[in-house]
Each structure stands twice: as C-alpha cells, then as structure tokens.
Design a binder for this molecule. Structure first.
Ligand SMILES: NC(=O)C1=CN([C@@H]2O[C@H](COP(=O)(O)OP(=O)(O)OC[C@H]3O[C@@H](n4cnc5c(N)ncnc54)[C@H](OP(=O)(O)O)[C@@H]3O)[C@@H](O)[C@H]2O)C=CC1
Ligand SMILES: O=C(O)C1=N[C@H](C(=O)O)C[C@H](O)C1
Length: 240
C-alpha cells in the first residue's frame, strides 16, 4: 500500500523502514521544514497516512487527511483535549481516524493487566497508587500519553480515584493518581504502576527496548484500516 508519513522524526523514520520492509511504498515524508511539499501529494495515490508529529501539529495533520477522505493513523500524544473535535470531523468525513497513545502490542497487553489489577485492588484502600514514566530528553509532552491511558484504566476501575495529576501538583491527593515524569536518555519508554502500603508494594513495569514495537504496531494498523471509514482504537484492532 501507499503510505504518507506526516512527521518524519524518530518515529517516522523507523515506521518508514518497517513499512518498506513489508513491501509498502512511502509516497511522502513530511516534516515542518518541508511541509510545503504536502500540497504536491496526490491524495488519490495515498492509501493511508501515519502521523507522528508533535502535540501542536497533530490536529492540523489529521484534518488534512480527513478532509481528503483518507485513513489517518495518529500516534502523536499531548493533544487529547481536542480528541472529541477530531472524532467528530472523522465521523462526518469520508476518511477514517485511528488514535493510540501506544501502538506496541506489549503495552496494550500491559494496559489490560493494569485494568485487571485495578479491579482486584478496588477494595484495597490501604494501598497508595502512583505511576511513573521515563522517556528520552527530547520528549515534548509530560506525562506521556501511555501514562495517561494507564491512569484512565485505574480511574475506571477504582472508585476512590477520579483524576490524575503530575506528581506534587494535585489539589486533591486522595482522589488523584500522581504521575511522575522522568527524562533520561536514551529511554524509549518505561512505565511503572505502583500500589504501596505499610505492609508491601505491588509494581507493574513495562520497558520498551526500542521504538520498533511502536512503529510495527502503527504499520499493522495502517494495513488494517485501509478502506475503512469512521473512528477506531486499539480495542477494535486487537483480538484480546
Ligand atoms: N503512540 C505511540 O505508540 C507513540 C507515540 N509517540 C509520539 O509521537 C510523536 C512524535 O515522536 P518522535 O517521532 O519521537 O518525535 P520527533 O520530534 O523525533 O519527530 C516529530 C517530527 O514531526 C515533525 N513535525 C512537527 N510538526 C509537523 C507538522 N505540522 N507537519 C509535519 N511534520 C511535523 C517534526 O519536524 P521537524 O524536524 O522539521 O521539526 C519532527 O521531525 C510524539 O508526540 C510522541 O509522544 C512516540 C512513540 C510511540
Ligand atoms: O515520545 C515518545 O517517545 C513516546 N511517546 C508515547 C507516549 O507519550 O506515551 C509512547 C511511547 O511511550 C514513546
């Protein structure tokens, strides 16, 4: 299939490599510095867009694809305050929209384990809950989109929690899950969920060894979303 890359940085480059290794053609590699080249792209020659740019660019990029009736697979994080607006655009377009805070299959298994443990811990009020995420120093947003997804999974299953905050910034520590963001090179992405009490500590940890898992997941989703219309997530794509 013909794939247009909107955002050709660390993620765009490995996505392009993996896509070509799977026999796909990259019809455009667009960054901020060459964004004027986007107008030379013929949408009829694009089967899917894979968008990994930056928080302030994502909505404009996604809209560009939806306006042309294309499927857009977006992995950019840090813009979710406008997610409902984008989903409404997708539902009134001829295109398709797929967002995931994390495209790695391993992290999506981790998401399921997170919600299972949260269900078990719902009555165990003696445990304090905390999340930590560790990424490279070039990451622009904090906390990570993955950490926010983890916090949301806990909030949905533990009645005593209703929000999350960057660690130390919460007005209501009883109802808020603190998220600590650390920036240490070369960390591709580590996420830790901790339940701790006076008696013991339970920790779940996912550590990405490279960006390969994120990139492969995004390419597999692009293959899956071809010819689809509407709004989709990893829950639609995964069989578990
Ligand atoms: N969902 C997931 O599984 C994952 C998500 N991410 C997310 O993906 C995003 C990108 O990460 P990463 O690749 O490491 O970041 P990089 O900074 O390495 O790459 C981002 C690229 O986007 C380009 N860009 C910025 N604005 C635009 C625009 N308007 N149009 C086109 N290109 C643009 C930049 O161009 P220029 O160089 O010219 O500034 C840059 O090359 C982040 O939000 C990150 O959180 C990362 C890994 C996994
Ligand atoms: O910026 C990154 O690198 C990553 N960002 C995503 C996030 O914000 O969760 C996914 C992954 O952790 C890597």
């Amino acid at each position: 299939m013909n794939i247009l890359l909107l955002g050709y940085g660390k993620m765009g480059k490995i996505i392009g490599e993996i896509a070509e290794s799977r026999g796909h053609q990259i019809v455009g590699r667009i960054n901020l510095e060459n964004r004027d080249e986007l107008e030379t792209i013929n949408p009829k020659e694009v089967d899917a867009i894979i968008e990994f740019s930056q928080p302030e660019s994502a909505v404009e990029n996604i809209k560009w694809g939806l306006d042309r009736g294309l499927p857009v697979v977006s992995g950019t994080t840090g813009w979710l305050s406008r997610k409902a607006e984008v989903e409404a655009m997708a539902n009134t377009s001829e295109g398709a929209f797929f967002y995931a805070s994390n495209f790695s299959i391993g992290v999506n298994i981790f998401f399921k384990v997170n919600t299972y443990l949260a269900k078990l811990m719902n009555e165990a009020n003696e445990y304090k809950i905390a999340i930590e995420e560790i990424h490279h120093t070039e990451k622009k947003d904090a906390p990570s989109g993955t950490a926010i997804t983890l916090a949301e999974g806990i909030i949905e299953n533990i009645s005593s929690k209703s929000t999350w905050d960057l660690s130390g910034q919460s007005a209501d520590s009883e109802r808020s899950i603190p998220i600590t963001s650390k920036r240490i090179d070369p960390a591709p992405g580590t996420h830790i969920i901790q339940y701790s009490s006076d008696i013991d500590t339970i920790e779940l940890i996912h550590t990405a060894h490279s960006r390969k898992g994120f990139a492969l997941g995004a390419v597999l989703v692009a293959e899956w979303i071809k010819d689809k219309k509407g709004v989709f997530s990893m829950d639609d794509f995964l069989s578990f």
